[in-house]
Every structure is written in structure tokens, then in C-alpha cells.
Design a protein around this ligand. Structure first.
Ligand SMILES: [Zn+2]
Length: 153
């Protein structure tokens, strides 16, 4: 089955996020927002400085390297306490899940990205095709790095 553009661009958010943390470090691990639809998507993370153009190029390169690896993705449905015990707060974004939620769905791309997420993903990263960061900007007053991207191929 060929993955739809919506599924590819959503999965690309996780791949891109892993690349961001890989290049900029764990200081960039908190996402403040993400969206995707069709072949387009966006990701915003908290970060304490403006990245260099070289770093942004490396992020795109690392994301595409992970796609080339065609790494398998995993979905887990598990007790929230088990997920926290295994991955700590890495499973969360800037805005936490409701406390009453006791069972969570977790997307896991081993060694790269883990996040609570109930959406559909490609079975392997290769199905994403490719990621092109089309625009980015750093909002110093809010300490936010905003990226928009297209999935290609
Ligand atoms: Zn997801």
C-alpha cells in the first residue's frame, strides 16, 4: 500500500523533529506546535538561539539520511506510567496531555524520535520520500524556531 500524502507529511514531522534534536541538541526537544496536510507541514520548537544556516542545512540532511535508511516505525499503545518509565518526558510536547489520560499511543522511531501521537504513520521512513525545508525563521522574543517543509518524491 502506498502511503497518502497526509500520512507522509505527518510522519515527516517526527523525522524532522529527530533531526532537529540530533543537530541542535536536547535543548531543542520541546515542540510547541506541528501541523501537516497534503505534501506540506510545519514544526515549531523551543530553542534558545537562532540556528546557523549550516545547522539548518544539516537538519535537512539528517532528516533525509533517516529517510534513506528506510527505518521501521513503531506504534505502541500502553499505560502512560509505563511510557513515562521508558522514555521520560521525551514523549511529551510543550503542552502536556490531560492528567486523566492513563493509556497513551506512542510513536517511536528508535534512536530518533518518540512522542505521544494517535495519528497514522508510514511503516518505514523511506515512504516519506524526502523532506525539503522551504522556510524557517527564529523568533527571538518567543525563543521559537519555526520550520515549514514539503515532502518530496
Ligand atoms: Zn505522529
Amino acid at each position: 500500500m502506498v502511503a497518502s500524502d497526509d500520512v507522509r507529511s505527518h510522519t515527516a514531522i517526527h523525522v524532522l523533529k529527530g533531526a532537529v534534536v540530533n543537530v541542535l541538541g536536547r535543548g531543542a526537544k520541546w515542540s510547541s506546535s506541528a501541523y501537516s496536510g497534503g505534501t506540506h507541514g510545519g514544526l515549531t520548537v523551543q530553542f534558545d538561539r537562532k540556528p546557523t544556516d549550516e545547522e539548518m542545512a544539516k537538519i535537512e540532511e539528517a532528516a533525509n539520511q533517516k529517510i534513506k535508511e528506510d527505518a521501521p516505525t513503531e506504534m505502541h499503545e500502553m499505560a502512560r506510567s509505563d511510557a513515562e518509565a521508558r522514555w521520560g518526558d521525551d514523549i511529551y510536547d510543550l503542552f502536556p496531555l490531560p492528567v486523566e489520560l492513563k493509556v497513551v499511543k506512542v510513536f517511536h522511531l528508535p534512536g530518533w524520535n518518540v512522542n505521544t501521537c494517535g495519528k497514522q504513520h508510514t511503516a518505514k521512513t523511506g515512504e516519506v520520500g524526502g523532506i525539503k525545508i522551504v522556510k524557517w525563521r527564529y523568533r527571538a522574543n518567543k525563543q521559537l524556531l519555526e520550520m515549514s517543509f514539503d515532502v518530496t518524491g
